[in-house]
Design a protein around this ligand. Structure first.
Ligand code: GUN
Length: 291
């Protein structure tokens, strides 16, 4: 069994990005600048955005965190987005999700200039991704592809089962694994909350990508020997013995499933750090495309 070490690989990617930024600086070029907009005070979202900003510092990017109150109206957020669209200094930006209920998420994501949409959530970019055109691939799916690529995990002709149909992970992942090329050329089954008898499906899978958000959902009895496991779950489970009062738990019963797996991502330290590295990669791409 091989651990797909997202922490290590993401650090390698950040080192590679930093080298490119150092070259840009040496030539007197502007370095990439990422902005992150966060509306409200959700603890997990603040942690993620904080990690994104720290990662920018690590590779030499400029970064801006835009904090807006929980009572921000849709118009106020749309105005802020227009300001970021127009700001020549900003190469790419993200709107951290989820947004408070008074704001229509689709309307907001449609307002982002596709050339600055480093999350790859705008329909123009999502459509390009589905049509194999070059574009910003959403950071978590992009990170999973990169892990598969760097470990040389075979995907061609394999049965890939994706659990969860979110717009951020499950849906794009199901498209990407079925695309022509590597990673890809998989036969994909997209399962979700209305899927019947999921064990019958997961037990036939060569590769399982779980993005459900239900701690320890996937058990050893649900998978076959030598399965490849990508665990995208990151649920905070209350735990009084931990200093933070919670532990981050994946969708997969790691202790037992890892005994049957050929490759498996840990939680934490698997897909999570890859997401941040690939957001940086998209921001570097955005800068290069603006030169
Ligand atoms: N919320 C959960 N994941 C993500 C992500 O990748 N990008 C943004 N903007 N919000 C998220």
């Amino acid at each position: 069994m091989t651990i797909l070490d997202g922490k290590k690989v993401s650090n390698d990617i950040k080192d590679e990005i930093k080298q490119q930024v150092d070259k840009m600086k040496a030539k007197g070029e502007k370095v990439p600048h990422l902005a992150a907009v966060i509306v409200g005070n959700d603890g997990a979202s603040l942690t993620y955005v904080g990690s994104k900003v720290r990662a920018c510092e690590r590779v030499g990017f400029e970064s801006t965190m835009v904090r807006m109150s929980n009572t921000t109206s849709e118009i106020e957020l749309l105005d802020k987005i227009e300001e970021l669209n127009q700001d020549d200094n900003i190469d790419g930006f993200i709107i951290q999700l989820p947004l408070p209920p008074q704001i229509n998420t689709q309307k907001v994501l449609m307002a982002v200039d596709p050339s600055k949409d480093v999350d790859g959530f705008h329909p123009e970019n999502f459509g390009k991704m589905a049509l194999d055109m070059s574009t910003f691939i959403p950071a978590t799916p992009f990170g999973i592809l990169e892990l598969i690529d760097r470990y040389g995990v075979e995907t061609q002709g394999k049965h890939t089962v994706v659990i969860g149909r979110s717009h951020i992970v499950g849906r794009p992942m199901s498209i990407l694994m079925g695309r022509k090329g590597f990673p890809g050329n998989s036969t994909v089954t997209l399962t979700h909350s209305r899927t019947k008898n999921i064990t019958q499906i997961t037990s036939q899978a060569d590769i399982i990508i779980s993005a459900l958000g239900v701690p320890n959902f996937l058990k050893a009895e649900m998978v076959k020997d030598d399965v490849v496991i990508i665990d995208v779950g990151i649920t905070r489970v209350p735990d009084e013995s931990s200093p933070k009062g919670y532990i981050i738990t994946g969708d997969v019963d790691f202790e037992n499933v890892s005994k049957k797996a050929s490759y498996i991502t840990p939680v934490p330290g698997g897909v999570g750090p890859m997401t941040i590295a690939m957001l940086l990669k998209n921001t570097l791409l955005a800068r290069e495309q603006r030169m």
